[in-house]
Design a protein around this ligand. Structure first.
Ligand SMILES: Nc1ncnc2c1ncn2[C@@H]1O[C@H](COP(=O)(O)OS(=O)(=O)O)[C@@H](OP(=O)(O)O)[C@H]1O
Ligand SMILES: [Mg+2]
Ligand SMILES: [Mg+2]
Ligand SMILES: [Mg+2]
Length: 356
């Protein structure tokens, strides 16, 4: 109980009129349900935008406006749902409404408002949409609880019709306690035709997946591989987000022979969490880049609850208590538990002084 100071578990709550102990409620049960609903709705919005707005013309013109509209729309939808159910909870969201303001933002603003109203359960005015987006400006930190949201992670993957994820997590006193990933283009099982996966984990309760459009949850586990020569790893598609050269040297050192699976977004954490990959490496490409908490929070708790391990390139756990970025960490290493120390050793070996 002390761990969750200030929140009484229902199992401890005694109904004074009957003196009977009420049925135990799981920790964060309500938050889990609301977060799933929010991620489902935002994922639907993203899929609607892709189907309506991403065309061969937008792709050849390298027009990023569809993903921008979906980013704003998804953040508005999730934040409005969180505000309705947990009005006191602040949110660290990736986006803000700056680019939607004034005359310059009018065209985009109108599109975002129309989009939100085309998928939402209740109509939202322009002011409400902007206000919902800007609930995401919280600075984060080490005390109390706050949510963190990446409305679309893997924006480049979204535009290519490949992997992207809606990522929502709850951080309590600097620790990620709940994470939900909506992965509209992820295969429901590796190799299957059906796509669209929702993954969820609450601290201490295991990790689960189900189809994004509903159905029963099934538990997921990271792989039990203990020999790195048998391991498969995944990394970002974009070489600006992770060093492909360094990962090649690290996998050679570990005797990994399988080609890396390159995919965008926190779907990489999803792949490790259900044993499709054994290692996710994110190796710094710039000395001054600080990873954002919304790029890692949900995936972090999902991999941990699936029995995997997550740390930075020195093996240190990711520290979500330093505001909007992982200011005390560099890069990310997520693996099935049995090979974590070995992988971090190889990372240190290859990156040398860069890894400190
Ligand atoms: N230099 C650098 N280093 C590390 N990470 C960076 C960097 N620049 C951007 N970003 C963040 O990368 C997020 C997407 O990376 P992914 O691994 O998900 O996908 S991929 O790189 O597009 O393959 C991306 O998230 P989204 O903007 O939500 O797509 C960024 O927050
Ligand atoms: Mg992101
Ligand atoms: Mg994003
Ligand atoms: Mg971004």
């Amino acid at each position: 109980m002390a761990r969750y100071a200030g929140r009484k578990l229902a199992s401890e709550q005694v109904n004074q009129s009957t003196r009977r102990i009420s049925i135990p409620l799981a920790y964060l049960a309500n938050e889990r349900q609301v977060a799933i609903q929010a991620v489902e709705q935002a994922s639907k919005l993203c899929q609607a935008v892709f189907n309506r707005l991403v065309t061969s013309e937008t792709l050849t013109k390298k027009d990023k406006s569809p993903v921008t509209i979906a980013d704003f729309g998804a953040q508005a939808v999730v934040n409005a749902i969180l505000a309705e159910h947990f009005p006191a909870d602040p949110i660290v969201g990736e986006e803000d409404s700056k680019d939607l303001q004034g005359d310059a933002g009018k065209e985009m603003r109108n599109k975002v408002v129309d989009l939100v109203n085309s998928v939402g359960d209740r109509p939202m005015s322009e002011a409400e949409v902007l206000q919902a987006i800007d609930r995401g400006q919280y600075a984060g930190g080490a005390t109390g609880r706050h949510w963190t949201l990446d409305p679309i992670d893997g924006t480049k993957g979204f535009l290519r019709g490949e992997q992207y994820a809606v990522c929502l997590a709850l951080i309590v006193d600097g620790q990620v306690r709940l994470g939900v990933l909506g992965c509209p283009n992820l295969e429901q099982k590796q190799g299957s035709e059906s796509k669209g996966v929702l993954m969820v984990a609450v601290d201490g309760q295991g990790a689960f997946q189900r189809a994004l459009d509903g159905g029963a949850e099934t538990p997921i586990r990271a792989s039990s591989v203990s020999d790195t020569t048998q391991a498969a790893f995944c990394e970002s598609v974009e070489s600006g987000h992770t060093s492909h050269g360094d990962s090649e040297r690290i996998s050679a050192l570990l005797g990994i022979t399988k080609a890396p699976v390159r995919m965008d977004s926190q779907c990489k954490y999803a792949a490790v969490a259900r044993g499709n990959a054994d290692v996710y490496l994110r190796l710094p490409t710039r000395a001054d880049y600080e990873e954002k908490i919304w790029d890692h929070a949900a995936g972090n708790v999902i991999v941990r609850e699936a029995g995997g391990r997550v740390g930075d390139i020195t093996g240190k756990p990711l520290d979500f208590s330093h505001g909007r970025t992982l200011a005390q960490n560099r890069g990310v290493v997520a693996t099935s538990a049995g090979i974590f120390d070995q992988v971090v050793g190889a990372v240190q070996n290859v990156l040398g002084s860069k890894a400190v």
